[in-house]
Design a protein around this ligand. Structure first.
Ligand SMILES: NC(=O)c1ccc[n+]([C@@H]2O[C@H](COP(=O)([O-])OP(=O)(O)OC[C@H]3O[C@@H](n4cnc5c(N)ncnc54)[C@H](OP(=O)(O)O)[C@@H]3O)[C@@H](O)[C@H]2O)c1
Length: 271
């Protein structure tokens, strides 16, 4: 089956995990503007309802589905309810994710489990659930990784590990699912202004990241543009991709730069 380029929706339906806020909600807005009907998934019903109301006010057809991606049965139930309501699913955006800015030595076991269950197992099971509906007429998977899923980030080691897993999964599936007519786009955002980083952890971020932080709408526009152009990966902001080049050609220099940027949070020698 040929891979489709994203254009104006013709009865297409998008299902988004993490659809109640941040990047997922912004992407829902972009897709609604292109005529997609939407199924929004997240744990919190109130935030889901708020986002759905905003989209309906703009004329979109929207359903909401309370779902915890850490539980495969909850994902399966949400997919089946979305399919029953809309009749089809053409695009699945895997946006649900959590992270922590904390040194590895200070991470507690419960946090580690939660990050891996949400970002790795949750991501994997969401894509598994997407296969059946997407195989019917082909479609799109938007897999949200992170720049931290390409460049290991100190103070975010567990989050980085989880996003490297997402990157590996997505890159493999880009090739494996193409014959099924499923286009996989992997998204690598830098710092985005959402509720993702709690206020009390923001001071741990390097000044340069805070300066170049972008709005979730910019990520959503980049995703839609990449799908329209038939791309398989997109880094936003684009300047962040410069890090991949430095890492590839001068890894020792890259490590020194990163150590300097994160000097405020790294343990002092001998501590
Ligand atoms: N913001 C950034 O700087 C940044 C940078 C790079 C990559 N990313 C990635 O982008 C994605 C979206 O991040 P964001 O900034 O939009 O975060 P956000 O504003 O915190 O939104 C996260 C969304 O995921 C949902 N979610 C979290 N845990 C869930 C679970 N167990 N089951 C179902 N839904 C769950 C949340 O709703 P509930 O809490 O109600 O479930 C919410 O809708 C994540 O994968 C993140 O790793 C973010």
């Amino acid at each position: 089956m040929k891979l489709r380029r994203l254009g104006r929706a013709q009865g297409d339906v998008a299902l988004l995990t993490g659809g109640s806020g941040g990047i997922g909600a912004a992407l829902a807005g972009e897709l609604a503007a292109r005529g997609f009907a939407l199924a929004l998934l997240a744990r919190g019903a109130a935030a889901l309802d708020r986002e759905a109301e905003k989209l309906r006010a703009r004329g979109a057809r929207v359903t909401t589905h309370v779902c915890d991606v850490r539980d495969p049965a909850s994902i399966a139930a949400a997919f089946s309810a979305a399919r029953a309501a809309h009749g089809r699913i053409d695009l699945v955006a895997v946006c649900a994710g959590i992270g922590r800015h904390v040194l590895f030595e200070d991470h507690d076991a419960e946090n580690i489990r939660s990050i891996l269950e949400t970002n790795v197992a949750g991501h994997l099971h969401t894509i598994r659930a997407a296969l059946e509906p997407l195989c019917e007429r082909g479609g799109w998977i938007v897999s949200v990784s992170s720049v931290a899923g390409r460049l290991g980030q100190p103070d975010e080691a567990v989050y980085s590990a989880s996003k490297f897993a997402v990157t590996g999964l997505s890159e493999a599936l880009t090739i494996e699912l193409a014959p099924r007519g499923i286009h996989v786009l992997t998204v690598y955002p830098g710092l985005v202004r959402t509720g993702f980083v709690p206020e009390d952890e923001r001071s741990r971020l390097p000044e340069s990241a805070l300066r170049t932080a972008i709005e979730p709408e910019a990520v959503a526009r980049a995703i839609v543009r990449a799908l329209a152009l038939g791309r398989h990966e997109v880094t936003v902001p684009r300047i962040a991709a410069g890090g991949y080049v430095v890492r590839a050609i001068a890894p020792a220099l890259f490590r020194r730069i990163l150590a300097r940027l994160r000097g405020n949070v790294l343990p002092k020698p001998g501590r």
